[in-house]
Design a protein around this ligand. Structure first.
Ligand SMILES: [Zn+2]
Length: 272
Protein backbone atom coordinates (compact mmCIF):
# COMPACT_ATOMS: atom_id res chain seq x y z
CA UNK A 1 0.00 0.00 0.00
CA UNK A 2 2.98 2.29 -0.51
CA UNK A 3 2.13 5.94 -0.94
CA UNK A 4 -1.58 5.34 -0.99
CA UNK A 5 -2.23 6.27 2.61
CA UNK A 6 -2.56 9.96 3.35
CA UNK A 7 -2.27 11.53 6.78
CA UNK A 8 -4.91 14.26 6.89
CA UNK A 9 -4.39 15.68 10.38
CA UNK A 10 -2.90 14.74 13.75
CA UNK A 11 -5.55 12.07 14.24
CA UNK A 12 -7.09 11.45 10.84
CA UNK A 13 -5.88 9.45 7.90
CA UNK A 14 -7.24 8.25 4.63
CA UNK A 15 -6.89 4.60 3.70
CA UNK A 16 -7.85 3.17 0.31
CA UNK A 17 -11.00 1.03 0.25
CA UNK A 18 -11.73 1.73 3.95
CA UNK A 19 -11.83 5.52 3.74
CA UNK A 20 -11.18 8.05 6.52
CA UNK A 21 -10.07 6.76 9.92
CA UNK A 22 -9.72 8.52 13.23
CA UNK A 23 -6.90 7.43 15.51
CA UNK A 24 -6.64 7.45 19.28
CA UNK A 25 -2.93 8.28 19.29
CA UNK A 26 -1.33 11.22 17.53
CA UNK A 27 -0.12 10.44 14.05
CA UNK A 28 3.47 11.12 13.03
CA UNK A 29 4.20 14.25 11.04
CA UNK A 30 5.30 12.68 7.76
CA UNK A 31 4.15 13.89 4.39
CA UNK A 32 4.02 10.52 2.81
CA UNK A 33 4.58 7.49 4.98
CA UNK A 34 6.25 4.40 3.58
CA UNK A 35 5.36 0.86 4.50
CA UNK A 36 2.16 1.19 6.41
CA UNK A 37 0.85 -1.85 8.25
CA UNK A 38 -2.60 -2.19 9.74
CA UNK A 39 -3.00 -4.99 12.26
CA UNK A 40 -5.39 -6.20 14.88
CA UNK A 41 -4.53 -7.20 18.44
CA UNK A 42 -7.20 -8.30 20.89
CA UNK A 43 -10.03 -5.84 20.31
CA UNK A 44 -7.97 -2.98 18.91
CA UNK A 45 -6.67 -1.97 15.56
CA UNK A 46 -3.13 -0.72 15.14
CA UNK A 47 -1.46 1.17 12.39
CA UNK A 48 2.32 1.34 12.10
CA UNK A 49 4.51 3.44 9.83
CA UNK A 50 8.05 2.93 8.75
CA UNK A 51 9.78 6.29 8.58
CA UNK A 52 13.32 7.36 7.82
CA UNK A 53 15.06 8.87 10.83
CA UNK A 54 18.16 10.96 10.78
CA UNK A 55 20.96 9.56 12.90
CA UNK A 56 21.56 11.82 15.87
CA UNK A 57 24.76 11.02 17.76
CA UNK A 58 24.74 12.22 21.37
CA UNK A 59 27.54 13.37 23.67
CA UNK A 60 28.74 10.44 25.75
CA UNK A 61 29.23 10.52 29.49
CA UNK A 62 31.09 7.23 29.93
CA UNK A 63 33.49 5.63 27.45
CA UNK A 64 33.19 1.87 27.96
CA UNK A 65 30.52 0.11 30.00
CA UNK A 66 29.98 -3.61 30.51
CA UNK A 67 26.38 -4.70 30.96
CA UNK A 68 25.41 -7.90 32.70
CA UNK A 69 21.85 -8.93 32.09
CA UNK A 70 20.50 -10.82 35.03
CA UNK A 71 17.70 -12.59 36.66
CA UNK A 72 17.67 -10.61 39.89
CA UNK A 73 18.15 -7.21 38.31
CA UNK A 74 17.41 -6.40 34.69
CA UNK A 75 20.91 -5.04 34.18
CA UNK A 76 24.02 -4.42 36.23
CA UNK A 77 26.47 -1.93 34.76
CA UNK A 78 30.21 -2.03 35.33
CA UNK A 79 29.87 1.51 36.70
CA UNK A 80 28.00 0.00 39.64
CA UNK A 81 24.60 1.15 38.49
CA UNK A 82 21.79 -1.38 38.85
CA UNK A 83 18.64 -1.25 36.76
CA UNK A 84 15.78 -3.26 38.14
CA UNK A 85 13.34 -4.97 35.84
CA UNK A 86 9.62 -4.56 35.95
CA UNK A 87 8.90 -8.24 36.41
CA UNK A 88 5.70 -7.26 34.74
CA UNK A 89 4.82 -10.79 33.87
CA UNK A 90 4.94 -12.09 37.39
CA UNK A 91 2.90 -9.21 38.71
CA UNK A 92 0.08 -10.02 36.33
CA UNK A 93 0.68 -13.74 36.23
CA UNK A 94 -2.02 -14.72 38.71
CA UNK A 95 -4.62 -12.67 36.94
CA UNK A 96 -3.57 -14.12 33.62
CA UNK A 97 -3.79 -17.69 34.92
CA UNK A 98 -7.27 -17.01 36.27
CA UNK A 99 -8.41 -15.58 32.96
CA UNK A 100 -6.91 -18.47 31.05
CA UNK A 101 -8.78 -20.97 33.19
CA UNK A 102 -11.95 -19.07 32.44
CA UNK A 103 -11.30 -19.35 28.72
CA UNK A 104 -10.75 -23.07 28.90
CA UNK A 105 -14.03 -23.57 30.73
CA UNK A 106 -16.07 -21.65 28.18
CA UNK A 107 -17.46 -23.38 25.14
CA UNK A 108 -15.23 -22.43 22.22
CA UNK A 109 -17.03 -20.33 19.66
CA UNK A 110 -19.56 -18.99 22.15
CA UNK A 111 -19.97 -15.28 22.77
CA UNK A 112 -18.76 -15.56 26.35
CA UNK A 113 -15.81 -17.66 25.26
CA UNK A 114 -14.83 -14.95 22.84
CA UNK A 115 -15.15 -12.25 25.49
CA UNK A 116 -12.88 -14.13 27.87
CA UNK A 117 -10.38 -14.69 25.10
CA UNK A 118 -10.24 -10.98 24.32
CA UNK A 119 -9.57 -10.29 28.01
CA UNK A 120 -6.59 -12.65 27.96
CA UNK A 121 -5.23 -11.01 24.83
CA UNK A 122 -5.63 -7.58 26.39
CA UNK A 123 -3.67 -8.58 29.46
CA UNK A 124 -0.96 -10.11 27.29
CA UNK A 125 -0.70 -6.84 25.42
CA UNK A 126 -0.48 -4.85 28.64
CA UNK A 127 2.36 -7.03 29.91
CA UNK A 128 4.20 -6.83 26.61
CA UNK A 129 3.89 -3.05 26.57
CA UNK A 130 5.22 -2.69 30.11
CA UNK A 131 8.17 -4.86 29.22
CA UNK A 132 8.90 -2.99 26.03
CA UNK A 133 8.70 0.34 27.80
CA UNK A 134 11.27 -0.68 30.43
CA UNK A 135 13.61 -2.02 27.78
CA UNK A 136 13.29 1.08 25.64
CA UNK A 137 14.20 3.31 28.55
CA UNK A 138 17.20 1.13 29.37
CA UNK A 139 18.57 0.78 25.85
CA UNK A 140 18.14 4.50 25.11
CA UNK A 141 20.00 5.38 28.28
CA UNK A 142 22.82 2.98 27.41
CA UNK A 143 23.25 4.03 23.80
CA UNK A 144 22.86 7.75 24.42
CA UNK A 145 25.32 7.99 27.30
CA UNK A 146 28.00 5.38 26.66
CA UNK A 147 30.45 5.39 23.79
CA UNK A 148 30.90 1.63 23.92
CA UNK A 149 28.53 -0.94 25.39
CA UNK A 150 29.75 -4.49 25.89
CA UNK A 151 27.07 -7.13 26.31
CA UNK A 152 27.14 -10.87 26.46
CA UNK A 153 25.97 -12.95 23.57
CA UNK A 154 23.55 -14.90 25.67
CA UNK A 155 22.87 -18.45 24.71
CA UNK A 156 19.20 -17.79 25.12
CA UNK A 157 17.94 -20.99 23.54
CA UNK A 158 20.22 -23.00 25.80
CA UNK A 159 19.04 -21.09 28.81
CA UNK A 160 15.43 -21.52 27.83
CA UNK A 161 15.90 -25.26 28.10
CA UNK A 162 16.40 -24.67 31.79
CA UNK A 163 12.80 -24.30 32.85
CA UNK A 164 13.44 -22.23 35.97
CA UNK A 165 15.48 -19.70 34.05
CA UNK A 166 13.15 -19.66 31.09
CA UNK A 167 10.46 -17.61 32.75
CA UNK A 168 12.83 -14.95 33.99
CA UNK A 169 14.53 -14.67 30.64
CA UNK A 170 11.29 -14.36 28.74
CA UNK A 171 10.22 -11.84 31.34
CA UNK A 172 13.25 -9.66 30.82
CA UNK A 173 12.96 -9.84 27.06
CA UNK A 174 16.58 -10.50 26.22
CA UNK A 175 15.96 -10.90 22.49
CA UNK A 176 14.26 -7.56 22.39
CA UNK A 177 17.08 -6.03 24.44
CA UNK A 178 19.67 -7.03 21.87
CA UNK A 179 17.53 -5.91 18.95
CA UNK A 180 17.05 -2.47 20.48
CA UNK A 181 20.73 -2.19 21.37
CA UNK A 182 21.68 -2.90 17.78
CA UNK A 183 19.56 -0.24 16.16
CA UNK A 184 19.96 2.39 18.88
CA UNK A 185 23.75 2.08 18.79
CA UNK A 186 23.52 3.12 15.19
CA UNK A 187 21.01 5.85 15.94
CA UNK A 188 22.96 7.51 18.76
CA UNK A 189 26.46 6.81 17.49
CA UNK A 190 27.62 4.34 20.11
CA UNK A 191 29.37 1.05 19.55
CA UNK A 192 28.01 -2.30 20.58
CA UNK A 193 30.40 -5.10 21.40
CA UNK A 194 28.93 -8.54 21.73
CA UNK A 195 31.17 -10.74 23.82
CA UNK A 196 31.45 -14.38 22.86
CA UNK A 197 29.04 -16.56 24.80
CA UNK A 198 31.81 -18.94 25.80
CA UNK A 199 33.74 -16.27 27.62
CA UNK A 200 33.28 -17.06 31.35
CA UNK A 201 32.28 -13.54 32.43
CA UNK A 202 30.71 -14.78 35.66
CA UNK A 203 33.45 -17.19 36.68
CA UNK A 204 36.42 -14.91 36.02
CA UNK A 205 37.77 -12.62 38.72
CA UNK A 206 37.54 -9.05 37.43
CA UNK A 207 40.53 -8.08 39.56
CA UNK A 208 43.19 -10.75 38.97
CA UNK A 209 41.72 -12.80 36.12
CA UNK A 210 41.64 -16.12 37.96
CA UNK A 211 38.88 -18.40 36.68
CA UNK A 212 36.72 -20.47 39.00
CA UNK A 213 35.81 -24.04 38.04
CA UNK A 214 32.18 -23.42 38.84
CA UNK A 215 29.92 -20.79 40.29
CA UNK A 216 26.37 -21.91 41.05
CA UNK A 217 23.60 -19.45 40.21
CA UNK A 218 22.61 -19.35 43.87
CA UNK A 219 25.95 -17.74 44.81
CA UNK A 220 25.25 -14.05 44.62
CA UNK A 221 28.67 -12.91 45.83
CA UNK A 222 31.84 -13.61 43.90
CA UNK A 223 34.79 -14.39 46.13
CA UNK A 224 38.26 -14.85 44.66
CA UNK A 225 40.57 -17.20 46.54
CA UNK A 226 43.60 -15.72 44.82
CA UNK A 227 43.28 -11.99 45.39
CA UNK A 228 40.47 -12.13 47.98
CA UNK A 229 38.19 -9.90 45.97
CA UNK A 230 34.64 -9.98 47.30
CA UNK A 231 32.15 -8.47 44.93
CA UNK A 232 28.54 -8.76 43.77
CA UNK A 233 28.33 -11.54 41.23
CA UNK A 234 26.65 -9.46 38.52
CA UNK A 235 28.96 -6.48 39.02
CA UNK A 236 31.96 -8.79 38.64
CA UNK A 237 30.56 -10.08 35.34
CA UNK A 238 29.81 -6.55 34.12
CA UNK A 239 33.39 -5.45 34.90
CA UNK A 240 34.75 -8.39 32.91
CA UNK A 241 32.57 -7.43 29.95
CA UNK A 242 33.84 -3.87 30.21
CA UNK A 243 37.43 -5.16 30.04
CA UNK A 244 36.68 -7.14 26.91
CA UNK A 245 34.90 -4.14 25.43
CA UNK A 246 37.92 -1.96 26.09
CA UNK A 247 40.34 -4.47 24.62
CA UNK A 248 38.19 -5.12 21.55
CA UNK A 249 37.60 -1.45 20.85
CA UNK A 250 41.34 -0.83 20.74
CA UNK A 251 41.79 -3.09 17.75
CA UNK A 252 38.62 -2.31 15.87
CA UNK A 253 38.24 1.03 14.16
CA UNK A 254 35.53 2.97 15.93
CA UNK A 255 34.33 4.74 12.79
CA UNK A 256 31.16 6.41 13.85
CA UNK A 257 32.53 7.37 17.24
CA UNK A 258 35.75 9.25 16.68
CA UNK A 259 36.29 9.82 13.01
CA UNK A 260 40.04 9.81 12.45
CA UNK A 261 41.16 13.14 11.02
CA UNK A 262 42.40 12.72 7.48
CA UNK A 263 45.87 14.05 8.26
CA UNK A 264 46.45 11.35 10.82
CA UNK A 265 45.19 8.67 8.53
CA UNK A 266 47.97 9.31 6.03
CA UNK A 267 50.63 6.66 6.51
CA UNK A 268 54.03 8.25 6.79
CA UNK A 269 56.76 6.49 4.86
CA UNK A 270 59.15 4.83 7.28
CA UNK A 271 62.82 5.48 6.84
CA UNK A 272 65.01 2.51 6.26
ZN1 LIG B 1 41.09 -12.43 41.94
Amino acid sequence: MDGTIKILSSNKLKVPVIGCLKTYERLPVVPDPKNVTISREADRWFISFKIDVTVAPTDKIVDVVGIDLGIKALATLSTGKIIKGTNSYRKHEKKLARLQRKVSRKVSGSANGHKAQVKVQKLHRKIANLRKDTLHKLTSQLCKNHAINAIEDLNVSGMLANHKLAKSIADMGFYEFRRQMEYKSELYGSKLIIVDRFYPSSKTCSNCGAIKDSLPLSERVFYCEHCHLKIDRDLNAARNLEKIGRATAKFTPVDNLEPTPLVEAVVKPTQA
